[in-house]
Write a protein of this length. Sequence first.
Length: 410
Amino acid sequence: MTINRLTRLIFLAGALCFSNALYAQVKGLIQIRAVQGDDTRSFQEGGLGLYRHDTKSDELILSQGILDFNVDLASSWSAHGVLNANQDPDVGLGFTQAYIKYQPLSNSNYKWHVRVGGFYPLMSLENPDIGWTSPYNYTNSAINSWIGEEVRTVGAEVTIKRPAKRFNSAHSFSFVGATFKGNDPAGTLLAWRGFALHDRQTTFNESVKFAPVAALNTYELRWQANQVLPFEEVDGRFGYYAGVHWDYLKKSQFRIYYYNNNGDPTTLNISTGQYAWDTRFTSAAWLYKFNNKTRFIAQVLNGKTEMGANALIDNAFYSHYLMLSHKEGKHRVSVRYDYFKVTDNDATAFDPNTSHGEGVTATWRYQLSNSWQLGVEGSALKSFIKNRAASGFAQRISQQQIMLNVQWRF
């Protein structure tokens, strides 16, 4: 079943039941951005830049257009969807999440629920806001920039929760398990572009471009397209992930996940130019509240990905970020440091995939009212990508950007 068909079926079911819904909620966000971009052409435009924006973005743009709705279909059933509008690289509209949730009422000390459809695994503590956005920085960390691009669950997820109150305890635990299809090409961007820093989420059945890589002109990689379709099913195999959430009072949250798309790296869809990548990783995220105003957030991602027969491409990848955020009245200031790298472990000399970099992002947000927010963000990064040399570009580049954001919620 394709993702488009899956989303149509889910929301057809929601529409048929909407008139009898127990409760319906619709929320939205529109964010307009003015950017002083970098001279390096953005990956969004097929360039080498690791930001979403470049000098072409030195104008007012729609950076986020989100419609988030939840419909209670019955006492235990609900339908949820997130619709995103984007104008870069092309004007488009699509779903980033679309699923049905079953959460039965229970007198048991344990609670559980099931999600079926397309959705994010809840690895991130950076993106708890409407439509998987961040209330801290406007530009996501390298980790969650990549998850927003190439990682999405199209399948079923079960969560069992042990609430602290039911056990008269300070500790709550949740145990998560899922199986899915349609995430076979995950790892493509890390190999040929590396990590990036941005807030652009890929909608279902959307493609993501990357700069023309010289290695794709070789015989061995002749079938690979110069873009990735992150949520395409290639090999017919199920992937899976498992996770644990541990909350201590309202002071600390910890989440650890293991993800494996179980891809067959020898399988290829010639018509779309997409391989199945064997991608697996561990993610650990921690949020600690010093008090009601100040919090610290960190996340680490460590994994491997392979593509092609006889480990044609064999890469390890790693990233971490450290963030400090402080809220004072209507003001919030957040500062984040990112480090990221991809290590090339194969013997394919014509296709170097080594890359690494680091960046600093500082954001100030001012809440004008319940609906309106104003914010300014500055970001700088430096990166090394080995395959740039074969295209005639410097392997090491530095980039900076400044942006002004105006946000309206409804």
